[in-house]
Design a protein around this ligand. Structure first.
Ligand code: SF4
Ligand code: SF4
Ligand code: FES
Length: 754
C-alpha cells in the first residue's frame, strides 16, 4: 500500500534513506553495509533458509532475518555484535557437518561461498559430524549434482521455478537426507546451467566444465550474447586462447542454455591471403546487392550502410527488413520509433498476452520474464498462436488458437475487444467500430467467448504486457498488424515488446536503409551469395565470428551493449575491406561513436561504454537507445480477406536454444534438425516416422527426416533452419507455409493438397 513511500532507518549508526517496501538487507546493500548471507539471491524471492542474515532491530525481541523483513520508518538496526557473530559462526559450523572441506578437488574452489564464509567466521575444524551416507554424484546431462556437497540453500530450485520456469528441480525433504531432485531428467534442459550458476558451492556444476580448470586461472571477458536478440550479459572465461565456460552476473541477470553453452563457434585458423582479399574488394566494387545475416554488429551494419551509400548497391537483410517495416508502421500510431515495453515491466505484469511468437523458442529471456510475472504476480498468461506449446503450458492460463494466416484478423479482434472503452481519435474509433466481428471470428476461429475470457484476465487496472513476435513481422499484412498492436500501447497502456528476430536484427533495422530484394551480382556476409564472406569458414573469404570481434549489439531491452574479443582471429575483417574501398577507420569500433543519433544511438566511444551491474543490480551496460519522435499517421486500413492455409503447414522454428548456424556449431547444444509434427500431421501428409522428404521454401531446398512428437497436435509441423548454414539468411517469407513435398524413400507421394 505504502510501497514507495520515503523512509529513513539507521543501520549500525548510519542514517539510510530509502523507500517502504524494501527489506533491511536491500537497504543495507544500497548503503554499502555488509550483512553476510548464504541463501539470498537477489533475483528471486527471499528463500530465508540459512539464517546468516540475522540482525537486531531495536525494540524487537530476538534476531530478525534481514533478507525478508521489510524495513519500517525509524527502525534502528545492528548488523553485527558478539551474539550475531556467534549465531553466524554456529550456522557455518553446521554447514560444515559432513561437507568435506577437501576443496582442492572441488570445482568450486576459489569461488565458493562456503569456503569463503568458513574462513570469514573462523571455522577451522569440523566440530560436528553426522553419519556418512552414500550419495553418488548424479549426471543430469548439462549439469551434474553432488548431494554430498549440497547445503540445501534452494537457490537452484528457485531459479528453475521462478526464473527459467523449466521447473525441473525440486527439494526432496528428509532431514539430513534432504536432497535436490531433477524431476525432468529426460529433458536435459540447458536452462539448468542457470541453476548451476547460482549454486554457492560445488554441488551443482556444469558437467562439461567440471575438472577442466581452476576458476582463478581463467580470464573473464565481459560481453553480450549474440544469439537470440536478447543481448544477455555474459563473460567468456578464457585460458590459452580457448573458451572454457560462459558465466554471468547471476545475482542480477540470466543466461539461457544457448548463451551459456553455445560459445564454441569461432572461426578458427583464418589467415590473411592478399589475393583472396583483393577478390573480396573487387566483389564489393562490382556488387549490385549485398545480403547479410543478423549475426552482424551495429558497427558492421554501419560499414555496410556506408558502402551502400558509396556504391549504390541494394542492401538486404530479410528478417531485419521485415522488423524495420513493422516498427515503422508501429511508430505511425505511437509517434515513437521504438516500442515502449521493457523486460522489467514485463516481469511485474499482472497479465501478459503473447501473440505471434513461439516465445519459448524465439526468445528465452522474454519467456523467463513472462515466467517471473506468472510466479511472482500470478499473472494471467494468454498465449495466442496457431499451435499449442507444451513447454509453456505450466504458465499459460488461456490458449487462444487462431488459424494460420489470420493474424491480421486476430489483431483486429484483440484491438476491438481491449479498446472498447478507450478514448480513440474519431477515425480510429470508426475503423474499429466498422469491423465485421462475426466474420473475423469465423475466419480466425477465435470465439467471442474466448475474447470475453481474455478481457476478464485484465480485471486489474494496470500491469498489462503484450509480447509480439516474428510471425507478425513476416506476415503479408505486417504493417496493418503493427498498427493494430500499437493501438494497445498507445491507448490501452500496454507494456508492448516487439521481440526482435534473432541476432542483431533490431540494431540492423535501425542502422541500415534496407532493400527488399537482391538483384544481379550479390555479395553475401554470412549469407550465401555469388561471393560469400563467412564467419563459419566456408565462404570465399573468412570473417570473424561474434566472439572474435569488438562491437555493439542492440538488445530486446533497447540497450546498446558492448561485445569484446574472446578469441584471436587471424584473417581480415569487414573494416579492412571498407578501408580498401575508401573508408577510413582504423578499427571497426571507430564506428561506435558515429552510429546514427537520429535512430537513438549516442555519440559515445566504444571504450567509454560501461559494462557492469552495481551492487544493487542497476544495469550499467552500454546505454539505452534514446526514443525519437516520428510523425504520426493514425489510420487503419480495412482488414483484408484472410488467406486460407488448408492441409499440412510447416512453421519455420528452431528447437529451443538453437538460433543460427553458429549455435548449430556448438558441441554442447547438439540438436537434430528434423521436421517435427503430430500424429495428425503424419496422417494428413501420409508420412511415417523416419520418412525423408524434400521441399522448398523461398528457393532454399530442405531435406528432412520426419519425426512424430506426441506432445504436438494439429496439422502444423516445426521446420528448423539452424542447420541450413548460410542459406538460412535467404529465407524471407511468412513463417508458415503450405507443405508441398516429395517423399524420397523411392515413393513419390506428390503434394499434400491433392
Ligand atoms: S545444489 Fe547448490 S544451489 Fe542447489 S540447494 Fe544445493 S547448494 Fe543450494
Ligand atoms: S540466447 Fe538470448 S536469452 Fe539466451 S543468453 Fe543469449 S541473448 Fe540471452
Ligand atoms: S540470507 Fe536471510 S535467511 Fe538466508
Amino acid at each position: 500500500m505504502n510501497t514507495g513511500k520515503p523512509i529513513s532507518i539507521t543501520i549500525d549508526g548510519k542514517v539510510c534513506k530509502s523507500t517502504f517496501g524494501k527489506t533491511i538487507l536491500e537497504i543495507a546493500r544500497e548503503n554499502d553495509i555488509y550483512i553476510p548471507t548464504m541463501c539470498y539471491l537477489t533475483k528471486v524471492q527471499p528463500i530465508a533458509s540459512c539464517r546468516m542474515c540475522v540482525v537486531n532491530v531495536e525494540g524487537v525481541e530476538g534476531m530478525i532475518l534481514s533478507c525478508q523483513e521489510k524495513a519500517v520508518d525509524g527502525a534502528v538496526i545492528t548488523t553485527n555484535n558478539r551474539e550475531l557473530y556467534q549465531e553466524r559462526q554456529n550456522i557455518m559450523k553446521l554447514y560444515n557437518v559432513n561437507h568435506p572441506l577437501e576443496c582442492g578437488v572441488c570445482d568450486k574452489s576459489g569461488e565458493c561461498d562456503l569456503q569463503n564464509k568458513t574462513m570469514e567466521f573462523n571455522v577451522d575444524q569440523q566440530h560436528f559430524t553426522a553419519r556418512d551416507q552414500h550419495r553418488p554424484v548424479e549426471n543430469w546431462g548439462h549439469v551434474s549434482y553432488d548431494p554430498a556437497l549440497c547445503i540445501m540453500c534452494e537457490k537452484c530450485v528457485r531459479v528453475s521455478t521462478e526464473i527459467t520456469g523449466d521447473e525441473a528441480l525440486k527439494v526432496k525433504f528428509g532431514g539430513y537426507s534432504s536432497t535436490i531432485i531433477n524431476v525432468k531428467q529426460e529433458k536435459n534442459y540447458a536452462s539448468l546451467g542457470e541453476a548451476a550458476a547460482v549454486c554457492p558451492v560445488g554441488a551443482l556444476v556444469s558437467t562439461d566444465f567440471k575438472y577442466t580448470s581452476n576458476a582463478w586461472e581463467l580470464t573473464k571477458i565481459p560481453s553480450a550474447c549474440p544469439h537470440c536478440g536478447g543481448g544477455c550479459q555474459m563473460y567468456y572465461e578464457v585460458k590459452h586462447d580457448r573458451i572454457y565456460r560462459v558465466t554471468n552476473t547471476f545475482e542480477f541477470s540470466n543466461l539461457c542454455g544457448a548463451g551459456r553453452f553455445g560459445f564454441d563457434y569461432a572461426n578458427e585458423g583464418a589467415v590473411k591471403d592478399p589475393k583472396v582479399f583483393e577478390r573480396a574488394v573487387e566483389a564489393f566494387r562490382k556488387a549490385d546487392s549485398v545480403i547479410f545475416s543478423n549475426q552482424t554488429s551495429n558497427e558492421e551494419a554501419l560499414i555496410l550502410q556506408k558502402l551502400k551509400e558509396k556504391f549504390g548497391f541494394k542492401l538486404v537483410s530479410h528478417e531485419a527488413r521485415a522488423y524495420q517495416r513493422f516498427m515503422n508502421a508501429y511508430a505511425q500510431i505511437t509517434g515513437k520509433h521504438l516500442y515502449g515495453g521493457d523486460l522489467k515491466t514485463l516481469s511485474q505484469s499482472t497479465a501478459v498476452i503473447i501473440f505471434g511468437s513461439r516465445i519459448n523458442n524465439d526468445s528465452p529471456t522474454v519467456k523467463y520474464h513472462i515466467n517471473m510475472a506468472s510466479k511472482w504476480h500470478r499473472a494471467r498468461v494468454i498465449y495466442m498462436h496457431p499451435m499449442e506449446d507444451a513447454e509453456i503450458k505450466n504458465i499459460v492460463t488461456q490458449f487462444i488458437k487462431y488459424e494460420v494466416g489470420s493474424e491480421e484478423g486476430a489483431a483486429a479482434l484483440l484491438a476491438h475487444a481491449l479498446l472498447e472503452d478507450a478514448e480513440l481519435p474519431k477515425t480510429l474509433r470508426a475503423s474499429l467500430d466498422d469491423l465485421d466481428i462475426g466474420n473475423l471470428s469465423a475466419e480466425s476461429n477465435i470465439g467471442e467467448e474466448e475474447l470475453e475470457a481474455l478481457k476478464k484476465s485484465l480485471l486489474k487496472k494496470h500491469g498489462f504486457s503484450l509480447v509480439v513476435g516474428s510471425d507478425l513481422y513476416t506476415h503479408p499484412r505486417a504493417e496493418q498488424i503493427a498498427k493494430l498492436v500499437a493501438l494497445l500501447e498507445q491507448y490501452a497502456g500496454f507494456n508492448v515488446i516487439c521481440v526482435p528476430p534473432a541476432g542483431n536484427a533490431m540494431g540492423i533495422s535501425l542502422v541500415c536503409d534496407l532493400d527488399d530484394e537482391t538483384e544481379g551480382y550479390t555479395v553475401g556476409y554470412n549469407a550465401q551469395a555469388d561471393f560469400t564472406l563467412s564467419a563459419l569458414g566456408d565462404g570465399d573469404i573468412d570473417m570473424p565470428a561474434m566472439n572474435q570481434q569488438e562491437g555493439t549489439l542492440t538488445t530486446v531491452d533497447k540497450r546498446v551493449v558492448p561485445m569484446n574479443v574472446a578469441l584471436p582471429y587471424g584473417g581480415y575483417v569487414l573494416n579492412d575491406i571498407a578501408n580498401a574501398l575508401g573508408e577510413r577507420a582504423e578499427y571497426t569500433i571507430d564506428y561506435t561513436k558515429v552510429l546514427p543519433e537520429e535512430k537513438g544511438f549516442k555519440a559515445v566511444e566504444f571504450d567509454a561504454l560501461e559494462d557492469y551491474f552495481d551492487t544493487v543490480g542497476n544495469e550499467h551496460r552500454g546505454y539505452l537507445l534514446k526514443v525519437q519522435k516520428v510523425s504520426v499517421r493514425r489510420a487503419l486500413e480495412e482488414v483484408e480477406e484472410l488467406q486460407a492455409y488448408d492441409g499440412a503447414v510447416i512453421y519455420r522454428c528452431d528447437p529451443v536454444e538453437q538460433f543460427s548456424p553458429f549455435t548449430a556449431k556448438s558441441r554442447l547444444l547438439k540438436d537434430e534438425a528434423m521436421l517435427l509434427g503430430s500424429q495428425q500431421f503424419a496422417t494428413v501428409t501420409k508420412l511415417q516416422e523416419g520418412d525423408v522428404i524434400e521441399f522448398e521454401v523461398d528457393g532454399v531446398s530442405f531435406r528432412r527426416v520426419f519425426k512424430i512428437d506426441t506432445s504436438m497436435k494439429g496439422t502444423i509441423a516445426l521446420n528448423p533452419t539452424f542447420d541450413m548454414g548460410l542459406s538460412a539468411s535467404l529465407l524471407s517469407s511468412y513463417r508458415f507455409s503450405r507443405l508441398v513435398h516429395k517423399k524420397t524413400n523411392n515413393e513419390n507421394i506428390g503434394n499434400n493438397d491433392e
